[in-house]
Design a binder for this molecule. Sequence first.
Ligand code: NAD
Length: 376
Amino acid sequence: MKLAVLRETAQGETRVAAIPETAKKFAALGARVAVEAGAGAAASVPDGDFAAAGAEVGSRAEVLHDADLILCVSGPEPDSLAGARAGALLIGALDPFRRADAVRGYAAAGLQALAMEWMPRITRAQSMDILSSQSNLAGYKAVIDAAAAYGRAFPMMMTAAGTVSPARVFVMGVGVAGLQAIATARRLGAQVSATDVRSATREQIQSLGAKPIFVEGVAGIEGEGQGGYAGETSDEYRRAQAELVSSHLSKQDIVITTALIPGKPAPRLISDAQLATMRPGSVVVDLAADAGGNVEGTVCGERAQRHGVTILGALNLARSLPADASALFARNLYNFLSAFWDKDSGGAVLPADDEIVRAITLTRDGQVVAERLASA
Ligand code: NAD
């Protein structure tokens, strides 16, 4: 069983799909690990560290030749996989909704493509979940970036020259990223409040020492929501939420928005008129920028200014922590493959009827088989 680790070629990608620790663990399972030269450079992992972990380091053609498993972070262009053998598994964050042509290309090349971002939210798959591991880092980095862009301090400081007030941070959307944003802002000494549409998050917010801001008297989404995801809320709820946000926003210094609805554009949570009520110098970080943005005026991947408020249109913040993001991503891949490792055949065996395999398989035997793509 040969496992290939690709050097990423997608614009802005800094991560790598294996680290020496996981390369060593795959080797311990009996795999021959081949890493494309320079694969870890942007994540501060020199080729020599992979070699010391027992991996072969070579060109793209060399690592692809005869590979059974091909690991990547962002999905490569199908043309760049020429030389891969039909039947090999291609595993990574393949972004299938936005890269339907590439998915068809993988099928045409006979590759079995697996999209790690479609991992089901079940207990067994928690350690394989790239969305959680990367969102966690993004939630942390959003607060760090906000602090860097904010012209004031986060903690309260009592000095001989007077008192510096603590920053007021409001987190909108309390999933994995939001919870980490709350924890990080609290560690920096801010006064933190947070809101979500899923009622189960109220206790989670309180347990982190932040204040829950919730619409009262109008039903949002009960409990955790379907599979932990929010669906769309009623018009009545959205109106009540907008009113609540308006009265709260004008008193906030930093806002981190993370609200996403799977398969839909991100919900609009902050309008231009609401931004205008915020104090000049305030900072908004929109973690949903890539999905259309929670904030009016967000420019994806850029820094914008509206009414004296800085809006950071955050794009894949995990990429700005490449070493940690790679380590967590690589362990997610290892946890997935090792759970399906068959000692006798010395490789991963993926039963087509397994809940996890079914959820993430995009292509098999030359066909696109993912139902979610057929209905998209
Ligand atoms: P997400 O990225 O899909 O969405 C971010 C947050 O935005 C969610 O909390 C959502 O409820 C919220 N949101 C949506 N619309 C909103 C609106 N209009 N206003 C305010 N908030 C809004 O969520 P996520 O970070 O992936 O996680 C959601 C849940 O799933 C969490 O409870 C998490 O613990 C759970 N989860 C479980 C597993 C597992 O069991 N394997 C894996 C990942 C996540």
